[in-house]
Design a protein around this ligand. Structure first.
Ligand SMILES: NC(=O)C1=CN([C@@H]2O[C@H](COP(=O)(O)OP(=O)(O)OC[C@H]3O[C@@H](n4cnc5c(N)ncnc54)[C@H](OP(=O)(O)O)[C@@H]3O)[C@@H](O)[C@H]2O)C=CC1
Ligand SMILES: CC(=O)N[C@@H](CCC(=O)OP(=O)(O)O)C(=O)O
Length: 310
């Protein structure tokens, strides 16, 4: 029998992208709820409980409700794309490239929590450095980022695209999370293996998809004062052989004068860079991804594949 996959929230930004990635698949059966019934609790409960894998593409509250609907039904495996369970020890963090054994952990897990889009970039850059002791846990980490506006879901899309919207946004680019208390900070701290909360400054640009996450570092203040080449070598070794996450050669990065956040749009990949001037004692680590690809739907499908593999 083909495994049944149900996407709760199929008609939202992340859900639609997952649906389109599963279009035409003959090895799985995608079960759905018509759009008009998307909030019908009885139908959702039925679909959730008949699924082999339920992918939750709902706000946090909806995700918690969906999880309560399958309580006691251990036959259902869950992938949650929301923020609700990302630092919950009972859930497996769905970032397959984070550690050597993470893909196997995801494959064996019943409850998998997808990373947030910004944390995908930040943790990809920070965690290998922390694990190798190149970055101390108390280093004052700053994370600066820009996202395409689809990162804010249907409501943000409407505000950016519809000038007649009551809360229309006409800025070409804006900062937010100005209290430094964005909902992704706890997740970045935990899975980035940091003892201090990073200073996270997100922003949104007037483009639908795409993302850049930057972590500038004073290399001269790190244990052993590593060079740019050392940091690049460590990241390259960590992601060696990976197809989805790749590290750009230093020589190639040196030729880049401007970095376009939309470069990987429509893909599920993430590219990492080490920028700076050799010998300067400083470096800017950068992750580039599609917020709806590796940052959301692509990662959910990657996790589903791992969980359904024999
Ligand atoms: N967009 C992105 O880049 C990323 C999003 N995520 C996360 O994915 C999740 C979904 O986000 P996104 O797709 O952007 O959001 P959207 O607002 O675009 O879509 C959410 C969908 O869920 C439906 N919904 C909301 N509440 C309920 C409920 N209680 N029961 C059933 N359906 C419900 C909405 O219906 P209605 O139209 O009626 O509101 C809508 O169709 C969120 O938790 C988000 O934080 C994660 C990573 C990146
Ligand atoms: C541009 C924008 O508004 N982005 C969203 C995060 C998108 C994302 O990753 O959402 P999850 O944490 O639910 O996974 C925000 O800052 O709240």
């Amino acid at each position: 029998m083909k495994p049944k996959v149900f996407i709760d929230g199929e008609h939202g930004t992340t859900g639609l992208q997952i649906r389109s990635r599963l279009q035409g698949r003959t090895d799985i059966e995608v079960v759905s709820i018509p759009q008009a019934e998307r909030r019908n609790a009885a139908m959702r409960r039925d679909r959730l409980n008949e699924a082999d894998v339920a992918i939750l593409c709902l706000p946090d509250e909806g995700s918690r409700e969906a999880v309560s609907m399958v309580e006691g039904n251990n036959a259902v495996r869950v992938i949650d794309t929301s923020t609700a369970h990302r630092i919950d020890e009972r859930w497996t963090y769905g970032f397959a490239e984070m550690e050597e054994a993470q893909a196997d952990r995801i494959a064996a897990a019943r409850l998998v929590t997808n990373p947030g889009c910004y944390p995908t970039g930040a943790i990809a850059l920070l965690r290998p450095l922390r694990a190798a002791g190149l970055l101390s846990e108390s280093y004052p980490v700053s994370i600066n980022a820009v996202s395409g506006y689809t990162g804010g879901g249907k409501q943000m899309v409407a505000r950016m695209e519809d000038p007649s919207h009551d809360e229309a946004i006409d800025a070409p680019h804006f900062l937010y999370g100005l209290t430094l208390a964005h909902k992704h900070v706890p997740e970045m701290t935990k899975h980035g293996l940091l003892a201090r909360q990073p200073l996270f400054s997100p922003s949104v640009g007037r483009f639908p998809q795409g993302m850049i996450v930057q972590v500038p570092l004073y290399l001269e203040d790190l244990p052993g004062a590593p060079s740019m080449e050392d940091v690049h070598g460590l990241l390259s070794d960590h992601y060696a052989g990976r197809e989805i996450v790749t590290v750009t050669p230093l020589a190639e990065s040196r030729e880049i004068a401007r970095l376009d956040p939309t470069l990987l749009n429509g893909t599920d990949r993430m590219r990492l860079y080490v920028f700076g001037t050799p010998g300067s004692g400083r470096a800017n680590l950068v992750a580039l991804l599609d917020n709806l690809g590796k940052g959301a739907s692509g990662a959910a499908v990657q996790n589903m594949e791992l969980m359904l593999a024999d």
